[in-house]
Design a protein around this ligand. Sequence first.
Ligand code: HEC
Ligand code: HEC
Length: 357
Amino acid sequence: MKKVLFISLAVVFVYATQNLRQKALDKGLRPIPKDFATLKSEVDDKYNPLSIDKIKLGEELFFDKNLSLDRTISCASCHDIKNGGEDGKPTAIGYKKRANPSHLNSPTVLNTAYSKHLFWDGRAKSLRDQAKGPTQATFEMASTPELIESRVKENPKYSREFENIYGEDAITFDNITKAIAAYEKTLVTRSRYDEFLEGDENALTQEEKRGLNLFIDMGCKACHFGPAIGGQKIQKFPLREYNSIIDLTTTFDEKTHQRHFSQMHFNFEMYHLFPFKNIGGFLGKNGTRYFRVPILRNISKTAPYFHNGSVKELREAIQIMGKYQLGLDLTKEQLDALEAFLKSLDGEIVDYNLTKK
Ligand code: HEC
Ligand code: HEC
């Protein structure tokens, strides 16, 4: 009898896990590919085809400080690929220690291969366009297209590499940013979550699975989705403005999926647009409070959070999302599970063995 019970429990358990996996896949969550051919088929750009030589050239350029006016800053200065793909600072500091004038936080470059909108207001649609921004911004690398071309021409190794990839007279600003973009497309990370999606049921703990289930059912996934779990949309924040004035929140019952009314009270303090101090005053796309939905992979390494780096703790960021995007008062257990799930997204850059080819 005991045995029968045990077997049926095990069956129910496996069934539930398979269900969750299938549900995640059905809802459009996707693993990062293990092999380069699949990655290429998913992220290649017909205006900038990936090739191994171009990727290697892009890597050198990404780390080259000579591209900045005073030769002290490279892309990697603010996007440390070994540390979550950003700088860990509330706001970016560039040329001559100038801070970003809107107090913007450096987002991760990892997994942007899949992004449809780049920059906090989503103004760039491709990595090759994006790279034209930081090279020229006076508070980042403070260069000009002409200066960058001349700096690249100083190095005979580059001349050979550019010629080999693009033909003669190939050292142009456009080709430089294209090579950087090609390299960035290979900066993708895999974690236990990818193994789970590929069928290894034990790759995630029970707590992490609960978190994934909540992430889907509560509606986080409606905004944070795709292989990078973000970067696919621009969305309003805070979506539920009235939560800033009238604190109108509900709770989420995991079993019934019912929302229960939890509280309503007026917030007599001054009306704030954001549930944190918005130093820098940046208000998203054309001031409409639409922001590019951030990538949640490697989130535990990309603190502080939000466009201006106002929130230090991941848990607080999740709580704010629950309340201001979903109108939900998350319970301690729900926060624990969501936090555990998000942390399971911490991964390593995939080694596609490109340097050995
Ligand atoms: C001084 C620090 C700094 C430097 C140097 C820098 N960045 Fe950034 N990067 C930022 C900040 C801040 C943002 C967000 C700016 C905005 O939204 O207006 C950003 C945004 C990005 C994004 C968009 C990510 C997303 O999800 O929206 C990419 C990709 C990126 N940078 C790549 C690069 C590359 C490539 C270089 C070198 C050519 C570079 N960055 C140099 C700070 C920097
Ligand atoms: C309606 C769309 C939407 C929903 C739903 C949503 N988010 Fe977000 N999320 C955003 C946007 C937009 C931002 C960026 C806001 C900003 O920086 O000002 C963001 C930011 C975040 C951040 C901070 C990321 C960073 O790098 O700064 C985390 C963590 C996060 N969301 C997790 C969640 C979780 C967990 C849920 C579900 C409880 C959720 N989100 C639901 C749109 C959404």
